[in-house]
Design a protein around this ligand. Structure first.
Ligand SMILES: C[S@@+](CC[C@H](N)C(=O)[O-])C[C@H]1O[C@@H](n2cnc3c(N)ncnc32)[C@H](O)[C@@H]1O
Length: 279
């Protein structure tokens, strides 16, 4: 018991483990996540509908989206952005490793008579021959990746973007980092059964890595037949940190915004968005 509690409270090295599929893509968690995505009032897995509609309008205008525009949305979920952008006429590809979200997205596209290319794959392993005008990675998914994964992803973006292609992504800011605190929490059936349909005991340990500006929410879920650990990492960024990472992969930060709906850059938001172009 003591040894197990010690392990639960153990702080790993930053980004030591990658378990994003346990959060998004198991049969049980993907069902929970899909309901969060589709809940138009909460900003848990996707942002709310009012924001997404605003974002799609802004993206369409800002990037002059038309019939010739080829867009790839990394981590597209149930297709809330891909559908809107396809409606604006773009040729859209969406990549996600949640089978359940993509099933929803595909059926939605058929019903709405939208032609969208959905790819069920880990986007870190997606290596198309195709080239795009615009790549999107929305809702701070960039922050869930390790420095090595981010570098590999940006290098790929560079390869699969046309010469004048652009990337739009958002990240959490250092303001949001300052607001995070370390906690240790124990709860039976944590998050109202989010982690399993069976009974379980859930531990949440939140660790802060001050030097790296990283936070880990480490969930240890103990069921009768075994236990699992889910590591939800978040990298928080300053403008300078993001500029430097982009530069290392051959990109220039062209413009900053408070969010992916083009809100003016206040430098005081808990997240911010960047448009990156190839050097
Ligand atoms: C925070 S949600 C955002 C979804 C969508 N961009 C939106 O804003 O509505 C992150 C999405 O990325 C997907 N995802 C996370 N890591 C992934 C990976 N390595 N490969 C493919 N999809 C991934 C999840 O399944 C989820 O649909």
């Amino acid at each position: 018991m003591y040894a197990q509690l010690k392990e639960i409270n153990q702080k790993p090295k930053p980004f030591e483990f990658y378990t994003a599929d346990s959060l998004w893509a198991t049969p049980h968690t993907s069902e929970q996540m899909l309901s969060y995505h589709l809940n138009e009032d909460v900003d848990l897995a996707s942002r709310n509908k009012v924001f997404i509609d605003k974002s799609i309008d802004w993206i369409s205008t800002h990037f002059s989206v038309g019939e010739q525009t080829k867009i790839c949305d990394f981590g597209c979920g149930p297709g809330l952005y891909t559908s809107g952008l396809a409606r604006k006429g773009a040729k859209v590809t969406g990549v996600d490793f949640s089978k359940r979200s993509l099933e929803y997205a595909r059926i939605y596209a058929i019903n709405e008579k939208l032609l969208i290319n959905y790819i069920h794959q880990n986007y870190l392993e997606y290596n198309p021959e195709e080239q795009y005008d615009l790549i999107t990675l929305i809702m701070c998914d960039f922050c869930a990746l390790s420095p090595v994964q981010r570098k590999a992803l940006l290098t790929k973006f560079h390869r699969i973007l046309k010469k004048d292609g652009q990337v739009l992504l958002d990240t959490y800011s250092l303001k949001a980092f300052a607001e995070r605190t370390e906690i240790s929490l124990y709860e039976q059936k944590q998050l109202q059964g989010f982690w399993s349909k069976n009974d379980y005991y859930g531990f949440l340990n939140t660790f802060k890595y001050e030097r790296e500006k990283v936070v880990l929410d480490k969930y240890t879920i103990i069921e009768e037949e075994g236990s699992k650990v889910i590591y939800n990492w978040l990298q928080y960024f300053s403008e300078a940190m993001l500029i430097s990472e982009l530069q290392d992969s051959g990109f220039r930060a062209q413009a900053f915004f408070d969010d992916v709906a083009g809100s003016g850059y206040s430098k005081n938001n808990s997240e911010f968005a960047v448009i990156a172009v190839k050097n």
